[in-house]
Design a protein around this ligand. Sequence first.
Ligand SMILES: [Mn+2]
Length: 503
Amino acid sequence: MGEIRNLCERFRKVYIQPHNYPDADAIASAWGMKKLVESFGAEAEIIYYGSNTFKPNISKILSDYRIRMTLINEGYEIGEEELLINVDCQYGAANVHKVVAKNIAVVDHHIKEAMQDYIYEDIQPRIGACTTLVLNYLKQFGVRLDQPLATVMYYGIFMDTDMFNGRMTTLDEDAKKELTALYDKNIIDHLRLSSLSFEDLKIYASGILKTERYQNIIFSGIEECDDNLLGHISDLLMEIEGINIVIAYSQRSNGCKLSIRSYHDYFTAEELVRELTDGIGSGGGHENKAGGYIVKNRLEQVHPRVSLGILIRTKIIDYCREVRLLQTGKDNPYDIFSRDKLFRAKKKKICLRFLDIRDYFKEDVAVKTLEGTATASVKDKVIIGVKNDIWPISSETFEKKYQVVDHKNTKCLSDGYLDEYGVSIQSDSMLLRITKDNIHEFKICMTVEESMVDAVKLYEKVKVRTVWGDFLGKRGDYLLINSLEDYYICDGEIFKQTYDKIV
Ligand SMILES: [Mn+2]
């Protein structure tokens, strides 16, 4: 992340370009990026392609806060000593006008499109709003957030995450929390209460009429509409008696926007959106609400000649039929998986970072990976694994499975795997973020040799309900069994790195 500063300082001028017809997230990202670049002492200008008339809420932001953006035409060119930063989009993609430029950087939260040689790139498709990424840069470089910037950024995240409901990661949650302390509530209330136009009402009505029901699930394909309108529709459909899953989707020029609700006993909205976007888009969210995007090009490559509506229906219905639910302490995995599939596995001697929650917190905490949250108390410890994976463990179990290593310089498997956004542990009053930059400060433990488990490779999706929460295993993951009360899912790749099969 540090290199963005060196980069900006190398150029005479920096142009910041969001996607065409910029929305709230694009504008907030561009404006935040402009302040960042200016804080490095470089000159910055926001350029965009589209129209000079905007929806009322966007117009209000631009005029109230005097955000200057230059409308550009076809064939716009910047110099060789100048830098172009595309935000909330990727150079060469269909939704952004191609500026003739030699030096290109990208900060975006969509799935990576073209293999392009950027001199700097930060593409994080899991993150709900590009604004969240930009906010992290501002924080990292100590740029002071004034109320106008905080308000615009808050609104950017609000709009891009289906009103904080869909596609939120813990990083977006943290950003929201931080901006809430600074923003102008009156402006946000005003914007919130003017996000629909009178014409939207017709789309709303026709969307509701065009729903289809399959048992407990509702599908609704809606014509092109505002993202937040889609959220309103799925919220309303969720209130229908007997329905506990809503899948609402709306076509866009280069894809399809998804808004999902689930109050199903064990399918979360988040896992449904992941299932739908797997390989063809991106998505995220929470237990009850999630959002995502299917990219048209990907869809046509992976599922040629299939109508989107049919694909969505089949995927969801099949998924709800296929997943097997296991509850620790109740379901016996030895009865469910055939004996010849089970094998013994021994934990490799590996070193991982860990921490005692009580060293950092005085109260219960939420242990957050970008993908989900577990809760733990001050008496527990937290192990920092690989691939942004962390989990709480009771001190009792810790004693049995790990031993503390005193040498600060021991090589740890945890160290190379966190990204710059990392993971976090949070209580009501405090936030501890663990990233690749501070991982070395944490204590080290080593797995003890005797740690053996029974394991089975999964060929179907399995969801395990444990005391810590629900965990979903996909094909290729492993179910590891300590006892009938204690079994859990282990990611396929992590299993290979941390266990040896005993033959
Ligand atoms: Mn965006």
